[in-house]
Write a protein that binds this ligand. Structure first.
Ligand code: NAD
Ligand code: MG
Length: 389
């Protein structure tokens, strides 16, 4: 038997939660994965440690100042680059086979497109790029014959539940949601929610932006749109089910009434490993849920009155065109403002709804119209927040 092939990886966002979990998987399988290039933001201490451990050939940081600081720190030869062209370079690094895109937000779009166009397979955590420009990304994936493998745990679950089945046999996707930290909180108290309350997620340990998105249920809304583009299923066939234990990672219902689910402990390493090793499974040393201890798995309908962000995302997905782009951009600005104590928790859906209502969509979907809609929404929401319009 020949030795297994080594997959050469680039990671965008290596210092984040998904990035670090990806490196933890890579560390367990040094014969299977090799790190070619890494990109982070400003955490150069951690990048320096990652350089020492994984020996990438090239590393990108956010700006020149951080690049200079990192250059002074590193003790082994490595090329250090910076800025938006640097992220594209890391994503399309010549010797890389697969890009793990674990950056946050719309900043991931240009690098992903660069990677796809240079023939790299993609392990996608950065759901915002699919929400912002799903049609374009999926079109490029098809044109360039690359694989787009989901890292988001629900989408990895759906992907696994779809294996071996025909698309026309599918009845609907059942997308599970933990419900976030405010599932049982009285809506009358939502006004006093502070960033530190919203950052306290019950089942998942994640970056700040996605943790706030989970508290508003916008994360689930973004995931409905992500699933719509990834699996080419209308939003009306994607049902969100609140499942507080986060053990059932999602399910697919078929026309014969059968439902196939994927289960596991809430740990992103499982989904990351499946994207890296597809169609094989890695012998990860993950514990299997102890059902005798868990005893019951609960399922609830989402409360759209408490969590209007989920309805806004469905609406944007139904409307199509550049509405999902506006939803995503407005959400990024509103979440940032909430984290900076500029707006309250319930102002997040308020500003997003206003942006969607005021948006005049472009009928052509191309990169220019997407970028225009994204920029328009960012500017207008920032202006509304500044002037409390
Ligand atoms: P995080 O905040 O922990 O890490 C983000 C990483 O991206 C960091 O390395 C940061 O330096 C880098 N980064 C952020 N903004 C950047 C910019 N403008 N330019 C360059 N680099 C930038 O975030 P995370 O929780 O790891 O999430 C990453 C992505 O994965 C998000 O899109 C999130 O929705 C998705 N995701 C995360 C989880 C999870 O469990 N954390 C689960 C599913 C999906
Ligand atoms: Mg998810």
């Amino acid at each position: 038997m020949s030795a297994p092939k080594t997959t050469r990886l680039s990671i965008l966002g290596s210092t984040g939660s998904i990035g670090q979990n990806t490196l933890a998987v890579v560390e367990q399988f040094p014969d299977l994965y090799q790190i070619e290039a890494l990109a982070g933001g400003t955490n150069i201490q951690l990048l320096n440690q990652q350089i020492l451990k994984f020996h990438p050939k090239c590393v990108c940081v956010i700006d020149e100042q951080h690049a200079e600081q990192l250059k002074k720190m590193v003790q082994i030869p490595v090329e250090i680059i910076y800025g938006s062209s640097g992220y594209e370079q890391i994503a399309s690094y010549s010797s890389t086979d697969m890009l793990v895109s674990a950056i946050v937000g719309a900043a991931g779009l240009k690098p992903i497109l660069a990677a796809i166009r240079s023939g790299k397979d993609i392990a996608l955590a950065n759901k915002e790029t699919l929400v912002m420009a799903g049609e374009i990304v999926m079109h490029e994936v098809k044109e360039n014959h690359v694989r787009l493998l989901p890292v988001d745990s629900e989408h990895s679950a759906i992907f696994q539940c779809l294996e071996g089945h025909q698309k026309n046999e599918l009845s609907r996707i059942l997308l599970t949601a933990s419900g976030g930290p405010f599932r049982n909180r009285e809506i009358s108290t939502f006004k006093s929610i502070l960033p530190r309350d919203a950052l306290n997620h019950p089942t998942w340990n994640m970056g700040q932006k996605i943790t706030i998105d989970s508290a508003t249920l916008m994360n689930k809304g973004l995931e409905v749109i992500e699933a719509h583009f990834l699996f080419q299923v209308p939003a009306s066939d994607i049902q969100v089910i609140v499942h507080p234990q986060s053990i059932v990672h999602s399910m697919v219902a078929y026309h014969d009434g059968s439902i196939i689910a994927q289960l596991g402990i809430p740990d992103m390493k499982g989904a990351i490993a499946y994207a890296l090793s597809y169609p094989n499974r890695l012998p990860l040393s993950q514990p299997i849920p102890n059902f005798f201890k868990i005893q019951s798995l609960d399922f609830y309908e989402p409360d759209l009155h408490k969590f209007p962000c989920l309805s806004l995302a469905y609406d944007a997905c139904h409307q199509g065109k550049t509405f999902p782009t506006v939803l995503n951009a407005a959400n990024e600005i509103a979440v940032d403002a909430f984290l900076n104590h500029q707006i309250g928790f319930m102002d997040i859906p308020k500003w997003i709804e206003k942006a969607l209502t005021h948006h005049t969509p472009d009928n052509t979907i191309d990169l220019e119209s997407i970028n225009n809609a994204d920029l328009w929404a960012r500017n207008i929401v920032m202006q509304w927040i500044r002037t409390n319009a």
